[in-house]
Design a protein around this ligand. Structure first.
Ligand code: AMP
Ligand code: ZN
Length: 478
């Protein structure tokens, strides 16, 4: 099945041909670890997790390398560290903040059913690679030293007569326009307004490392150089897919391309550039000032969004209902729909063993191969579910249904556990458990569940539906 992906650079869907089929390589910009991740941050994590699963399905799990970095050098981290641990030396405080935030991030995205990437490099462990790229850029005439900063010159890049891409081509902006639109208060050490920082001096007490380019004082890297260095170290000079949210196209990804291509004399950093659309909340931009800012942790735990707390699997399913390149409107109604859907799935298929990914329906793979058309997969999933509902004993149909769920990263048993952990008791799910126990003639378990429900004030009635099939209804005891 030919995989086609939309490329931000060429603005069209193209056949995806990995540079090396036995080692398909993807880099996605990861979190800056200073606070809980918000639900917008969850979008690229989920979107690229689905792509990771698809690539593993197409090329084999051992032939895909997915790198998602951890940005652990940032002013926001320093500020948080100084505020939360005023008694500690700044570097120790920073370590506490970044380690704790990284753990929280992992717990959150694990709950969303995301696989861990192959490697999660930390910026602070790649300072040597950053220095090395910066030295190459200075030697090549693409960067210069001024007042202990190192600056990259997009104008030097575009003046070079070579295979290099033009600066601005990813974001589809011309350098002339950028120069014309530049702000007036440009830092005095910059030769041109469009120059950007590769390296800068550290303020006293801030984390600092030996500088590149013969600078005597200690300093710290700019943000863009971190990703060029980590991608180089783990994926090589050029690789297959680079992803992130749409807001990263400019300047972050444009600058990554500039740094990597000029340092390694290549015509591209990645063959395909993929960007997810933005998430907004109930029709508005999510922001702290509007009071609609919500973290993954809040949705999973204490915070009532749309009237209740949510299971990670339901959040994931809700996120998948909109195509990744479109903006998504995050609403209580959408979450409720997703959750009810999974409850319905669980009632019919929750007790069936999960199956091998190999049994996945070709129509599902075809939809995913069409630039990750997950909404179409969800339609297919509904079709598979209806068939299964009418013939629950059909093992082939069950296998196909479960294989689709697995490719989407939706795990019904995990959903069940999450429901068990969440505050609201789901009577329907308990009934489904009891029915599964009855089918297995496990009367002890089925009685136990009936008693458990009775203790909650729920009375079960076992009967038969119009077709004579067993059916269980319930009511609150009066
Ligand atoms: P940040 O920590 O802000 O650098 O963001 C981490 C990732 O989340 C990046 O890939 C961003 O593009 C993405 N992101 C941030 N906010 C949103 C949002 N509201 N919707 C979708 N993606 C977002
Ligand atoms: Zn990046």
């Amino acid at each position: 099945m030919a995989l086609r992906l939309y490329d931000t650079l060429t603005k069209d869907k193209r056949d995806f041909a990995p540079l090396d089929r036995s080692n398909v390589r993807m880099y996605v910009c990861g979190p800056t670890v200073y606070d809980f991740a918000h639900i917008g941050n969850a979008r690229p994590v989920i979107v690229f997790d689905v792509l990771f699963r698809l690539l593993r399905h197409l090329y084999g799990a051992d032939h895909v390398k997915y790198v998602r970095n951890i940005t652990d050098v940032d002013d926001k981290i320093n500020d948080r560290a100084a505020r939360d641990y005023p008694g500690l030396p700044l570097n120790e405080a920073i370590r506490k903040v970044t380690e704790q935030t990284e753990r929280q991030f992992h717990d959150d995205v694990d709950a969303l059913g995301c696989l861990r990437p192959s490697i999660e490099p930390r910026a602070t462990e790649h300072i040597g690679e950053m220095r090395s790229i910066i030295d190459r850029l200075v030697a090549g005439g693409f960067a210069y030293v001024a007042e202990d900063h190192v600056l990259f010159s997009p104008q030097a890049m575009n003046a070079a007569n070579s295979i290099l891409p033009r600066y601005g081509s990813l974001a589809n902006r011309s350098l002339d326009e950028m120069i014309a639109g530049a702000r007036v208060d440009v830092a005095p050490y910059k030769r041109d307004a469009t120059d950007f920082v590769l390296w800068k001096p550290s303020k006293p007490g801030e984390p600092s490392w030996p500088s590149p380019a013969g600078i005597a004082t200690q300093g710290r890297p700019g943000w863009h150089i971190e990703c060029s260095a980590m991608a180089w170290k783990h994926l090589g000079e050029t690789f297959d897919i680079h992803g992130g949210g749409i807001d990263l196209v400019f300047p972050h990804h444009e600058n990554e391309v500039a740094q990597s291509c000029c340092a390694f004399h290549t015509d591209r950093m990645a063959t395909t550039w993929m960007h997810n659309g933005f998430l907004q909340v109930e029709g508005e931009k999510m922001s702290k000032s509007l009071g609609n800012f919500v973290t993954i942790r809040e949705l999973l735990g204490s915070y009532k969004f749309g009237g209740r707390t949510w299971e990670g699997a339901a959040l994931r399913y809700a996120m998948l209902t909109t195509h990744y390149r479109q903006p998504i409107d995050w609403t209580g109604a959408r979450l409720l729909w997703a959750r009810n859907k999974l409850v319905e799935f669980f009632k019919v298929a929750g007790s069936q063993a999960s199956v091998d990914e190999e049994e996945v329906d070709e129509r599902v793979v075809a939809a995913l191969c069409d630039d990750l058309n997950v909404p179409h997969v969800i339609v297919e999933l509904d079709r598979q579910f209806l068939e299964l509902k009418h013939r629950p004993e059909d093992k082939g149909k069950a296998a196909a249904f479960h294989a689709t769920l697995k490719l989407l990263g939706v795990n019904l048993s995990e959903f069940d556990r999450q429901i068990g952990r969440s505050e609201e008791n789901l009577i329907e799910v308990k009934i489904a458990h009891r029915n599964a126990a009855r089918r297995a003639k496990d009367w002890t378990e089925s009685d136990r569940i009936r008693d458990e429900l009775a203790a909650m004030g729920v009375v079960l009635k076992d009967g038969k539906d119009a077709d004579g099939k067993p059916i269980t209804t319930w009511e609150i005891a009066r």
